[in-house]
Design a protein around this ligand. Structure first.
Ligand code: PBG
Length: 329
């Protein structure tokens, strides 16, 4: 009579496995990050992100049309700012004709229904590589938030559907929400990077945008005074609840795979959509191992994205978006 309960019955064929499968991925889950540069006909591969490119506006438009055809309907834009336009206050971020603002307009012109989210933080614009203004070895909080609010209004006026503040300044969601309301941009959403950890996995992204903190006296060499400590769980819940109270429509956990416990904690605590950012270092690790033949690329991509969704993600920001659509067939 041993055993009466055989769990393997539900695994005997692909058909039964499909029938009892608890988590399914689709293109609708994905938000595609894109890197934009000045210039014409530029498609530069990022050395530490094989198969991922910085695109000039003309190629950005082509890329977005291709994504749309594949069923990918949301993009998150990042810009690489020319060195000569960077300064400590990131004032180029407020230029209504800046690269980000033009990128939003181009994408919306080419593909009006594509959901466009913009990165809001000073680091791509900062000569010191920080997400805020640096003074006396500190990253100024409230002064930075004011700039982020103006930046958000500028992006929204250019046509962004959502702004995505990735800076981790305290109280910035409130200031941004109020600034948007004051300008009657009532339908512009906010996706808050609520639990963003000070992580080693952002390295390739900082290569992509040339945005790493500079090494200079009186400039912190890392982002640990604003991004979260990897050891903390309860603090993620506190951060998420604050952002929701302040007006965030979507919250985010970042990075992805190393922080899935946080995703599950938050899924049990809050009732807004949760985005998870599978970051550049996660992409680079998988690509590097696959290039050496040490893991199966497609199976590993699928498994990682499934794990993120199973943990409780409603939205996944991933450099593997196109790969996933191909893999799902
Ligand atoms: C900075 C920002 C970072 C990423 C997105 N926005 C890096 C950082 O905090 O230094 C990382 C994304 C990735 O690694 O893919 N505002």
């Amino acid at each position: 009579m041993y055993p009466l309960k055989r769990s393997r019955r539900l695994r005997t064929s692909e058909s039964i496995r499909r029938l009892v499968r608890e988590t399914a991925l689709s293109a609708d889950d994905l938000l595609v990050p894109l890197f934009v540069v000045e210039g014409h006909d530029i498609r530069e591969e990022i050395a530490s992100m094989p198969g991922y490119y910085r695109l000039s506006l003309d190629n950005l438009v082509k890329q977005v049309k291709e994504l749309w055809k594949m069923g990918l309907r949301s993009v998150l834009l990042f810009v690489k700012v020319p060195e000569e336009l960077k300064d400590n206050t990131g004032k180029e971020a407020l230029n209504d004709h800046g690269l980000m603002q033009r990128a939003v307009k181009e994408v919306k012109n080419a593909c009006p229904d594509m959901l466009v989210m913009t990165d809001v933080a000073l680091d791509p614009y900062s000569s010191l590589g920080h997400d805020g203004i640096v003074a006396n070895g500190q990253i100024l909080n409230d002064e930075t938030s004011e700039i982020l609010a103006e930046m958000s209004v500028s992006h929204a006026q250019a046509g962004a559907d959502f702004v995505a503040p990735s800076d981790m300044m305290d109280g910035r969601i409130k200031v941004i929400r109020e600034a948007l309301e004051d300008d009657e941009l009532i339908n512009t959403g906010i996706m808050a990077y609520s639990a963003k950890y000070a992580s080693a996995f952002y390295g390739p992204f900082r290569d992509a945008l040339d945005s790493a903190p500079v090494s200079k006296q009186d400039v912190p060499s890392d982002k640990k005074t604003y991004q979260m400590d990897s050891s903390n769980r309860l603090e993620a819940i506190k951060e998420a609840k604050l952002d929701i109270e302040e007006g965030a429509d979507i919250i985010m956990v970042k990075p992805g795979l190393p922080y899935l416990d946080i995703v599950r904690d938050l899924r049990n605590e809050v009732n807004v959509p949760i985005a998870v950012y599978q970051v550049s270092g996660e992409y680079a690790m998988l690509k590097a191992a696959a290039e050496r033949g040490w893991i199966d690329h497609d199976q590993a991509v699928l498994e990682q994205l499934l794990a993120i969704k199973r943990a409780g993600a409603n939205i996944i920001v991933s450099y593997f978006a196109k790969d996933l659509v191909r893999i799902l067939g």
